[in-house]
Ligand binder design. Structure first.
Ligand code: EPS
Length: 355
């Protein structure tokens, strides 16, 4: 069975939900470790006051007993504490009584760069909120919980995954400046995976290529506009003699320009994925837009938001990479029980003589 992940949830709805299928039985999960990742996602510099409302923690509704997976669908829930301020506006059912709280008036001024305009056109909506709620990066919280589970599975075969921002100090200075100017900023992040054995992914089809899968997983995160593996775009300007990682007799490399993947297959070196995040589209100093109701020129919706979420992206991208690597590892080593998965990994390393 391949690992699969389905999520649901709106930013100000009652909760975010993830269902993970295909996980082997017997995987030990640590609630504290999952909650610690959820906290890391919330802590970044430049976040909105929303983060003071939320204290993200995971609840498990199915698939786990006494901290061990059962091999059945694992259902994770992260509650939206802010929903209490939106019970009328985000009621799943036609609300009773007078409108109260937030989200009671339709939004008709789409923000350039957000899902607002594309969403109303695509789905035939009249209230931009019906599009922006799901498009919001809020739902990355439950992806981080799923990524934490993936890291637990990868941990059983000695793989660790870690995301971080690139250029931390200058990033903070840019965030301070943007806040002063009522503007927003983006930035760069990097995820590194250590201990990945050679042979995850395949060149057999483009869908199987590990680099394509990781790029899709990271590009699928809100506000990501660019992804590269290893030295990525810089390789285009190098000679072949400088760009490739020479092979030693022990089949390891002294350099890692390729970022741990050749021909869509992991080569046993550290996997390095970088991503570029665009500046967030909810500006306190709004850009030009159109009022979708009247058709007249206007200014885009101004709504409480983050100045930057780059540090959060590092944690979310770590989760996305972990999930995709866990999926690729489980495709290769299989196993209904986690011990079978680990035994297959050991036997494989033995066969290829990899240490
Ligand atoms: C987001 C807008 C903001 C962010 C949100 C993503 O939400 P709000 O308008 O409720 O402050 O804070 O991210 C989160 C809530 C989160 O937990 O990451 C958007 O439009 O993408």
């Amino acid at each position: 069975m391949t690992l699969a992940l389905t999520t649901a949830g709106e930013s100000h709805g009652p909760a975010l939900v993830a269902i993970l299928t295909g996980l082997p039985a017997g995987l030990v999960l640590d609630r504290e470790a999952i909650d610690a990742d959820l906290r890391r996602r919330q802590e970044g510099y430049g976040r909105s006051p929303r983060q003071q409302i939320e204290t993200d923690q995971v609840d498990v509704f199915a698939g786990l007993r006494h901290g061990r997976t059962l091999g059945t669908p694992l259902a994770l829930v992260v509650w939206n504490r802010d929903h209490k301020n939106w019970t009328w506006g985000m009621n799943p059912w036609p609300p009773e009584g007078e409108p109260e709280g937030k989200g009671t008036k339709p939004v008709t001024l789409p923000r350039p760069g957000h899902a607002d305009l594309a969403g109303v056109l695509k789905y035939g909506l009249s209230d931009v909120r019906d599009a922006l709620e799901r498009a919001s990066a809020r739902h990355t919280a439950v992806h981080v919980a799923a990524g934490s589970v993936a890291k637990a599975l990868l941990g059983t075969i000695g793989v660790s995954v870690e995301g971080r921002t690139v250029e931390e100090e200058s990033l903070r200075a840019r965030i301070d400046e943007a806040r002063k100017e009522r503007d927003t900023v983006g930035g760069l992040i990097e995820v590194r995976a250590r201990g990945v054995p050679p042979g995850l992914g395949s060149y057999a089809t483009k869908e199987d290529r590990l680099d394509a899968r990781l790029a899709a997983a990271v590009m699928g995160i809100q506000a990501v506009k660019g992804v590269e593996i290893g030295e990525g775009f810089a390789l285009a300007g190098k000679f072949g003699s400088e760009a490739h990682d020479e092979i030693r007799t022990d089949r390891r490399r002294d350099t890692n320009h390729a970022g741990g993947i050749e021909a869509g297959v992991s080569n046993g070196e550290e996997i390095v994925v970088r991503a570029a995040m665009k500046p967030l589209p909810s500006l306190m100093k709004p850009l030009a837009s159109v009022d979708l109701k009247s058709g007249t020129a206007g200014e885009a919706l101004v709504e409480r938001s983050d100045v930057a979420a780059v540090e959060a992206l590092a944690v979310v991208a770590e989760a996305a990479v972990a999930w995709e690597l866990a999926r690729a590892a489980h495709e290769k080593f299989g196993g209904d029980a986690v011990d079978d998965f680990v035994a297959a990994w050991r036997a494989y390393l033995e066969r290829i003589g990899w240490r």
